[in-house]
Design a protein around this ligand. Structure first.
Ligand code: FAD
Length: 378
């Protein structure tokens, strides 16, 4: 759907959860916002992810966003958006089967507790008390009781609907090619539908952001990766925690209606011919299924009813760039969220709203997510 007016105070490039949630917050503040989306709203990783809302096992540079989101936004987000985002806060277990796994998990726990997160190591038996269907092979786990999961599609579209209610405009099927400066300030967005104009531009188009930023001389080391999710038939309620493993065999949870939503990567996808597509890969599901069964033998005969692939943008040092670009006044960037942007998105949008309206993020410390951390030093 094209926009009648090709100008706004703020143009947001990318209609994923970052774009929709920031459009909502800006529109609520009375800012005129236009979102340009190449395909459909939520077409990218934002509606294809596994719904993990996790603080544990995050890089501590990203933890202020995750902790803020869990403490202040997720518990009341359904009411705020008038849609059930299916948020469940039953904790996160990250499982280890070897001494090496337990050591790696212990190191992650130490880093997280150093900045105040309530997460601790527990034994295999303690983990089995929390989640009795787990195999005896689990030696230990990290346990973060305030972590959880939510429904990515509902959340992304919930932000979209609220943004619309507050007057934001969304134009879909508009492919952005690049940006142009006018009198030293970024002003124009070049698209397959001509030139759009704004006082301020937010670039949050996932892995496509790098090439778009390149058009105004900014290069951030981001590449794309593919991951897959599958959904099983409905099962009796077995566990409510979000699960992951030290060895990244799989991640996921059981949804409210009984299906398991599980995901991960097989490891060989890069060597397939369709790696950069949205199709699933024949090397992935068998590997993930074997991983799940090792930890949860009771799931050996559960039927998989559907699966999908999604892509995300991986930044060279594992955390995103969320910043105003000083060389390009008027440009804010937010990409490189890797496989963990969904859980922090409600907080990222507060930081982005402040970056755009006040020039700095006041509520949440994002100082370690600056874009110029990759600049040559010395
Ligand atoms: C399979 C999978 C599982 C995941 N699991 C989790 C999880 O459990 N927990 C978690 O926290 N995170 C998870 N993630 C990561 C999370 O989904 C992302 O970090 C998050 O959705 C990023 O949101 P975004 O809005 O930045 O990007 P996206 O959702 O990718 O949105 C970017 C949008 O930009 C549009 N676009 C691209 N190019 C252009 C262009 N040229 N012009 C206009 N528009 C353009 C795209 O079509 C897309 O809609 C997972 C991701 C995947 C793929």
């Amino acid at each position: 759907m094209k926009a009648n007016d090709k100008s706004a105070d703020v143009i947001i490039i990318g209609g994923g959860i970052m774009g929709c949630s920031t459009a909502y917050r800006l529109a609520k503040e009375g800012v005129s916002v236009l979102v340009l989306e190449a395909k459909e709203i939520g077409n990218g990783g934002s509606s294809r992810n596994a719904g993990g809302v996790r603080q544990s096992a995050r890089d501590i540079r990203e933890l202020p966003l995750a902790m803020y989101a869990v403490s202040n936004i997720w518990p009341t987000l359904s009411e705020e958006l008038d849609i059930d985002v299916e948020y469940v806060q039953n904790g996160n277990l990250r499982l280890g089967k070897t001494e090496a796994h337990v050591t790696a998990l212990t190191n992650l726990v130490k880093k997280s507790t150093s900045v105040g997160l309530d997460v601790r190591m527990i034994t295999g038996n303690e983990a089995r008390e929390i989640c009795p269907y787990m195999s005896d092979e689990v030696l230990g786990a990290s346990w973060c009781p305030s972590d959880g999961h939510a429904n990515p599609l509902h959340t992304t579209l919930g932000f979209y609907k609220k943004a619309l209610e507050y007057g934001a405009t969304f134009a879909t099927g508009i492919q952005v090619f690049g940006l142009q400066k006018v009198k030293g300030r970024v002003r124009q967005v070049v698209t397959d539908d001509g030139i759009y104009e704004a006082q301020h531009i937010l670039l949050c188009a996932g892995h496509a952001s790098r090439a778009i930023a390149n058009t105004v001389g900014i290069d951030i080391p981001v590449e794309r990766e593919t991951s897959e999710v599958f959904v099983t038939e409905q099962m009796k309620p077995m566990f409510g925690q979000m699960l992951g493993t030290s060895d990244a065999d799989f991640y996921g949870h059981q949804s409210a209606h009984g299906s398991f939503v599980l995901g991960g990567m097989g490891g060989l996808e890069k060597f397939t011919s369709n790696y950069y597509g949205d199709e699933t890969h024949n090397v992935t599901l068998p590997k993930l299924s074997r991983g799940v069964i090792k930890y949860f033998p009771d799931l050996a005969n559960v039927k998989i009813i559907r699966s999908w692939a999604g892509q995300y943008d991986v930044c060279a040092d594992g955390v995103p760039v969320i910043d105003n670009v000083s060389e390009v006044p008027g440009l804010t960037i937010a990409f490189g969220f890797c496989g963990h942007g969904f859980g922090i998105a409600p907080a990222v949008s507060i930081a982005l709203c402040e970056l755009i309206m006040k020039g700095k993020s006041e509520t949440i410390d994002i100082s370690k997510l600056n874009y110029d951390r990759f600049a040559a030093k010395g």
